[in-house]
Write a protein that binds this ligand. Structure first.
Ligand code: ATP
Length: 244
């Protein structure tokens, strides 16, 4: 059982892939209601962390809890409470957006899928694309329907892996607005892996920095900006944390 009040509670998590230590005794807590930006160099272990938290991967040792449930032992309870948007989300290309969502809604056991799909598309201002085939979607549209899929069952926590990757500036801005709206209006805690420091500064309430599988920094964005007030941007702060 998790002793912490944190909605995400990671305790001494280690993951080894043969010789590679991807996570080294990671401890990290994220409180309910936060928008948590998880930063780190390529290969730092961010995706590995998210894969363990979303029950896709077993840790080598250590434990992690979401809403008090153990990710290794209570996968079903976890999957009811989380949504996940991977970096490259997959769809049935020849089906429409609505048909794809219907498939995922039924998988999640949603009783009135049509109503739920309408309300999620409405929330994301995407109703007009319900009957369009995914094969005709741009990257930004795919991202939005990926979010619809990830929130169709009203999760408490949403994991986003590099959500801005491949988006143009308008797409990045639209995504930011959606993330803020999900957090504010649906009270969803967001855990976001990202390289885009400017987005972290505009969106996140708390940041964590991973370096070679270890947490080297965590604080609220506000405290971070106050503590490093002589630096002129989050980018300068990030590079001074010596993550390489
Ligand atoms: P990026 O920002 O490039 O996506 P990341 O922070 O998400 O990187 P991970 O993908 O979690 O990092 O990788 C952490 C380490 O584990 C890296 O050294 C990577 O090469 C290694 N790794 C990840 N997946 C596997 C795997 N399936 N088999 C072997 N090694 C792996």
């Amino acid at each position: 059982m998790s002793k912490s009040s944190a909605i995400i509670d990671i305790q001494s998590l280690t993951k080894k892939y043969k010789e590679t230590i991807a996570l080294n005794n990671l401890n990290l807590q994220v409180e309910r209601g936060e928008i948590f930006g998880f930063l780190g160099h390529n290969g730092a272990g961010k995706t590995t962390t998210v894969n363990i938290l979303t029950t896709l991967l077993a840790p080598t040792s250590g434990r992690a809890f979401i809403c008090g449930f153990n990710v290794e032992k209570e996968g079903l309870e976890i999957r009811k409470r989380i949504g996940y948007l991977p970096e490259n989300v997959k769809f049935y290309e020849n089906l429409t957006a609505g048909e794809n969502l219907e498939f995922f809604a039924k998988l999640s056991g949603i009783e009135k899928p049509e109503e739920k799909i309408k309300s999620v598309l409405n929330f994301l201002d995407f109703q007009k694309f319900e009957n369009k085939k995914i094969s005709q979607f741009s990257k930004g549209m795919r991202q939005r329907i990926g979010i619809a899929q990830a929130i169709i069952h009203d999760p408490e926590v949403l994991f986003l892996d590099e959500p801005t990757s491949g988006l143009d500036p308008m797409g990045v801005r639209n995504l930011r607005e959606i993330i803020l709206k999900l957090n504010k209006e649906k009270n969803i805690t967001i855990f976001m892996n990202t390289h885009l420091l400017s987005e972290v500064a505009k969106t996140c309430t708390t940041i964590g920095v991973l370096g070679h599988g270890e947490l080297i920094y965590k604080d609220t964005l506000k405290q971070t900006m106050e503590r490093f007030k002589d630096e002129n941007s989050l980018e300068t702060i990030y590079f001074n944390l010596d993550t390489k």
